[in-house]
Design a protein around this ligand. Structure first.
Ligand code: FAD
Length: 436
């Protein structure tokens, strides 16, 4: 798989979890000839039948990790874009914001009506777009030799091997164990590795105050409901206590729908629950006919309770060596559309640092440098994403002031999309060097 052959490493890694983070990390590490085994609790790789979007900054990182990751992404991404590129076109979807004539805002003497485009949130140029999660995962899986992965391996504990090596002994639910120099936890929001690093209480996810209906609509049906063009580009309908996103996936053959609503608490121990069509429609009873038609047309909608992590004081532990990556480290709400993008960024930085490492001592230094560089940025996303969700739902500091919302929304992704990760990588490399 590697194009050149760097010197062999004197360490051997375990990756826990084969989602977007674990698979991308495995590809990144294998490129640098780093020995690893990926342990996945499920019997095969799999993602849910929903969409996920990646912006141009992330696709550039995919290419740095491996041009094949970018090619895989492009094979399943939606290719329709506007010039200049647009993240979402924003409209009001909630009739309570409109006056008797359907007007939601007066701009330059013109009436802006409910459902009309109010403004675009500009994106950045370059390949980007929405993919069906399962299709993208399939593309990642193709890049990993089957011998790298062990399925039905649910991690339950990690102890230290008593031979002075500091190695980790992984304990699985099936009673087996495995020894590795270090463990990289990519086991998602309900991460066991996070519990081991932070303790059960600190690791626990918290309910974000939002839940979402997720579903897909065949593109031809979506064009009947909206217009010929609208479903082919991302749309956001804002309102009181909720917002509705649509964007094309699966090369434009499906429209992905995520419809958010607010509530104070989530009591159900399950985070994904079935819903009845009538209960779902009741949540949007005061929304426009277009939004109601979108909701009615969703194939098999599910409700997802949206949880996020509280800020972790560290992503790494010394003995046994554990490093957290992706949602295991910083699970976020999806309102900035960047949780999976952060996973990809984590993989790029960590794998680049590990490519330079040759010993277990280097490994520990690399983990600490990764922690210092990645934690501030990824924790900022968790905070900002929650604020974004409240903003779109008229629950932020601007309430339902559409002009103030526009100013805020057009700028708030800049720090995510315009970051130069090569600077972060250089900083991390200096931290490694300075640590002797
Ligand atoms: C509604 C919604 C929309 C989103 N939209 C976007 C978007 O548009 N753009 C974006 O960038 N991000 C988005 N995100 C965020 C994104 O989905 C996540 O950040 C990303 O999928 C996390 O990937 P992961 O690999 O870290 O975790 P996961 O996908 O949760 O993978 C974890 C893996 O670990 C395995 N595992 C768990 N425990 C164990 C164990 N003990 N032992 C072994 N294996 C284990 C699991 O089976 C799973 O395969 C969205 C999230 C939501 C909820």
């Amino acid at each position: 798989m590697a194009s050149s052959s760097p010197p062999p490493k004197s360490f051997n890694l375990a990756i826990i979890g084969g989602g977007i983070a674990g698979l991308t990390l495995a590809i990144s590490l294998l490129k640098h000839n780093i020995p690893l085994t990926l342990y996945e609790s499920a019997s095969q790789f799999g993602e849910i039948g929903a969409g996920v979007g990646f912006e141009a900054n992330v696709v550039r990182i995919m290419e740095l990790i491996s041009p094949k990751v970018k090619e895989g992404f492009l094979r399943c991404a939606n290719n329709v874009d506007r010039d200049p590129p647009v993240w979402f076109t924003v409209r009001v979807g909630d009739q309570r914001k409109a006056d008797g004539n359907g007007v939601v805002l007066q701009r330059d003497g013109k009436d802006m009506k409910i459902g009309e485009p109010l403004f675009d949130m500009p994106a950045r140029p370059g390949p980007r777009g929405g993919v069906h999660r399962a299709h993208f995962l399939d593309e990642l899986v193709k890049l990993i030799p089957a011998s790298t992965t062990q399925f039905r391996k649910k991690l339950v504990d990690i102890t230290q091997v008593e031979d002075g090596s500091g190695d980790a002994l992984l304990h699985f639910a099936d009673g087996t164990t495995a020894q590795h120099s270090a463990v990289i936890g990519c086991d998602g929001i309900k991460s066991r590795t996070r519990e081991l690093v932070l303790g059960k209480k600190e690791a626990e996810p918290v309910f974000s105050g939002k839940y979402a209906y997720r579903g897909l609509i065949p593109m031809e049906k979506a064009k009947e409901i909206m217009s010929r063009e609208e479903p082919q580009t991302p749309q956001m309908y804002v309102g009181y206590g909720g917002h509705v996103l649509t964007f094309p996936i699966a090369n434009g053959t499906l429209m992905n729908v995520v419809a958010f609503s607010s509530r104070k608490t989530w009591e159900d121990p399950e985070w994904v629950v079935q819903t009845s069509r009538s209960d779902m429609l009741a949540d949007y009873s005061s929304w426009s006919p277009t939004v109601q038609a979108i909701m009615s047309a969703m194939l098999k909608p599910d409700i997802w309770a949206l949880y996020n992590h509280t800020p972790a004081r560290t992503y790494v532990q010394g003995r046994p060596r554990i490093c957290l990556l992706g949602d295991a480290a910083h699970a976020t709400t999806p309102h900035s559309g960047a949780g999976a993008g952060m996973c990809v960024e984590d993989c790029y930085i960590l794998s680049s640092l590990l490519a330079d490492a040759t010993s277990v001592e280097d490994l520990e230094k690399a983990f600490r440098a990764y922690d210092q560089v990645r934690r501030p940025r990824s924790l900022k996303l968790v905070k900002e994403s929650k604020e974004a969700g409240m903003l779109y739902d008229f629950e932020g500091p601007h309430g339902d002031d559409l002009e103030a919302l526009e100013l805020n929304m057009k700028k708030r992704m800049d720090w995510i999309w315009d970051a130069d990760l090569s600077i972060d990588l250089e900083k991390a490399r200096s931290i490694v060097k300075e640590s002797g």
